[in-house]
Design a protein around this ligand. Structure first.
Ligand code: DP6
Length: 355
């Protein structure tokens, strides 16, 4: 299966040329979470996420021929050389060199920009690795690979996964599934699959994601450490089964437009992710007091008003508020009046799903 991604391109030194490509890729927010992986970035369960709109990474990849046979790469974030970023990219290049053989023949300069502040606690790995992978397949085509648009996206998703698992879902808009199972057609552990828009009720295409920045700054557990916590975790096997059951249960909900069932399932997933971390060894509590305070306020608001406001969480303290356009006006007043106070510096980011 992986064979299909091995490049057959062979380029002689005289065919090497300099150039530049660029790509823009949004972040995503998982509804059913990827938490746990096997070797080679193979997920232990299926996941699905909404691709966002306003939170994105834009990357320009400049390449020029070179003769030495090691990777050469400089990374610039917001115009500033970031030497600390190079090891991550080199690890990524080492993982993908079998699929992008020309990596050794070029010197690369990566210029990258995030639409969200670096300190916001929003992970840039999904959007960043996805944008990088989209750049690499473009170079492959410039060098003569002739990948169709569909194959180029599939390969970009495959490569992005090797950079960061969740990044494979950022390559497509809408809802994107990742992980092989017998209920999503075409699903694979190797790349993300766009979940068909026709299977999704219109109401779910209008969702907002407002991100409460409860705690800005670096997360206290990196995702690599976090995924490893699932190895030998006493509840891991049950969790992996439940994640797949949750995804299977979500599909008819997406079709029917049952917002309440959607919200309940998504909140359960988020709390399970955090419960897993609390039960791991060593244990992590990633919620802050203001995370809990915001969730309690949200539940109270929902009980009192009946508005469709739900939450999900990543492996951090920030709260993603999910709500449909039909209730957006009332909910956004509530956010400003009641939830903004829980955000560090009063900051939150307004985003939307992308279809
Ligand atoms: C909690 O994709 O960041 O956001 O593969 O180690 O780079 P790596 O992990 P990463 O993990 C994301 C975990 C999550 C849930 C999700 O996005 O599904």
């Amino acid at each position: 299966m992986e064979q299909q991604f091995i490049s057959t391109l062979s380029i002689t030194a005289s065919e090497l040329k300099s150039g530049s490509v660029s790509a823009k890729s949004p972040s995503n927010i998982a509804l059913v979470k990827y938490w746990g992986k096997k070797k080679n970035q193979i997920p232990t369960n299926s996941s699905i996420s909404y691709t966002l709109t306003n939170s994105y990474t834009e990357t320009e990849l400049r390449f020029s021929p070179k003769t030495s046979d090691t990777f050469e790469v400089d990374v610039y974030l917001e115009g500033e050389l970031k030497e600390s970023f190079a090891p991550k990219i080199i690890t990524f290049f080492e993982r993908i060199t079998a699929y992008i053989p020309f990596l050794n023949q070029f010197k690369f300069e990566i210029h990258t920009h995030n639409s969200f502040p670096h300190s916001s606690g929003i992970a840039s790995s999904a959007s960043g690795m996805s944008a990088m992978a989209l750049c690499l397949v473009q170079i492959e085509n410039i060098l003569g690979a002739n990948l169709s648009e569909e194959d180029a996206l599939k390969k970009a998703s495959f490569l992005a996964r090797l950079g960061s698992g969740s990044a494979c879902r950022s390559v497509y808009k809408g809802l994107v599934e990742w992980g092989e199972n017998d209920f999503v057609e075409g699903s694979s552990d190797l790349f993300g699959t766009k979940y068909p828009d026709v299977e999704i009720h219109d109401v779910f295409k209008t969702f907002h994601d407002t991100i409460l920045l409860i705690h800005e700054g670096q997360k206290s557990v990196s995702s690599t450490v976090g995924h490893n916590l699932m190895n030998g975790h006493p509840y891991a096997e049950r969790r992996f089964v439940e994640a797949n059951e949750n995804l299977k249960a979500l599909l008819p909900i997406l079709k029917s437009g049952d917002i309440k069932a959607f919200g309940e399932l998504v909140e359960h997933e988020a709390l399970t992710l955090h419960a897993m971390m609390m039960m791991s060894n060593p244990a992590f509590i990633l919620m802050k007091p203001n995370t809990v305070a915001a969730l309690e306020k949200l539940w109270e608001f929902r009980r009192e008003t009946g508005n469709h406001l739900y939450f999900t969480l990543d492996a951090g303290a920030n709260v993603h508020l999910l709500y449909p356009e039909q209730d957006a006006e009332a909910i956004e007043i509530f956010i400003k009046n009641e939830l903004k106070q829980f955000c560090q510096n009063g900051n939150y980011i307004k985003d939307k799903v992308s279809f």
